[in-house]
Design a protein around this ligand. Structure first.
Ligand SMILES: [Zn+2]
Ligand SMILES: [Zn+2]
Length: 314
């Protein structure tokens, strides 16, 4: 063998060490992770930085959630909610991004629910392969006729609807959402954001508190929706999801066990690092690994539940 053509032992060793370090950063053996909640253009983040951020977290598949079209309506709080209040890009940008990076990215379909032709726009992207209607983050009643048209469309196309629940701001009427869960039993709904996560606690009475701290008493509205309705799921993303996991870790361990088939990992962070204290998504992965009672539960939360719910295999 020509010595000059083989890598030196030293080069070989350093290459293996780098590979091993990469695996260590991903936790267990580089297992695949699905992130169900990210955005293109999030707070101005460049596309190449988003790709590097997802890789740094160890995420292998990312679902990109588009904004609706920018409009000045009551449902966008006169434009405040445009770009999902975070400079998030719309349908076409997410679709194109996912097509260009098909190995690691999928996309959702979205629109401001009460604009003319909302369901036509959403359906166009569902037909193009969108795996979810999201992120629904608008100032509308959760049972308004325009929202029900979206739920009916979700049923027709067999995709979940992901909703950002934020008291007096986005998706009004959390306490009566069970009526929609019952009226659309074939539609899988994914709960997300402050009001969704604050209501894990039965003692959460002041709905204006968006990031409650301290011990949790089981049996809050969110806990009951997850227990009582097969079509209700939870998105662990964002500061609200991480807060729910960390405010009372004894509760969280039990909560993850009880709803192990219903909870899904998402990041929803806009940092450029993908690791360390600035990256909330990386901290949520660490919290799931710390708090999942078994390795089986951990795999469900980080990968298997999303694979099933969004029908990502094949
Ligand atoms: Zn989001
Ligand atoms: Zn991050």
């Amino acid at each position: 063998m020509n010595e000059a053509l083989t890598p030196s032992r030293r080069e070989f060793l350093s290459a293996s060490s780098v590979a091993l370090l990469g695996l260590a950063a991903q936790g267990f053996q580089g297992d695949p992770i699905i992130d169900i909640h990210q955005h293109v253009g999030y707070s101005g983040r460049p596309d190449n930085v988003l790709i590097a951020h997802q890789r740094a977290m160890g995420v292998t598949t990312t679902i990109l959630l588009p904004a609706g079209r920018p409009v000045t309506t009551a449902s966008t709080h006169a434009g405040v909610a445009n770009g999902l209040q975070a400079q998030a890009a719309g349908n076409e940008a997410c679709y194109q991004f996912a097509r260009t990076h098909a190995d690691a990215f999928r996309f959702g379909a979205n629109e401001v629910p009460d604009v003319e032709g909302a369901t036509t726009e959403i359906e166009r992207y569902l037909k193009g392969g969108a795996v979810v209607i999201a992120e629904q983050k608008f100032g509308v009643e959760c049972d308004a006729p325009e929202m029900q048209r979206i739920y009916a469309l979700a049923q027709e196309h067999n995709v979940p609807v992901l909703m950002h629940w934020q008291f007096k701001m986005y998706n009004y009427g959390f306490e009566r959402f069970y009526r929609m869960l019952e009226k659309y039993p074939k539609v899988n709904f994914v709960g997300h954001a402050q009001t969704w996560w604050a209501n894990i606690d039965r003692n959460h009475t002041d709905q204006s508190v968006l990031y409650p701290k301290g011990p949790v008493v089981p049996g809050g509205l969110t806990d009951r929706y997850l227990s009582d309705y097969v079509n209700m799921y939870g998105d662990l993303s964002a500061g609200s999801g991480l807060n729910a996991l960390t405010r009372d870790e004894g509760f969280a361990r039990d909560f993850l066990t009880r709803h192990q088939d219903k909870l899904l990992y998402g990041s929803d962070c806009s940092d450029h690092e993908g690791a360390g204290p600035k990256c909330q998504g990386a901290q949520t992965i660490a919290a799931i690994r710390r708090l999942a009672a078994t390795r089986g539960i951990e795999r469900k939360l980080l990968f298997e539940n999303a694979t099933r719910l969004f029908r990502l295999r094949g």
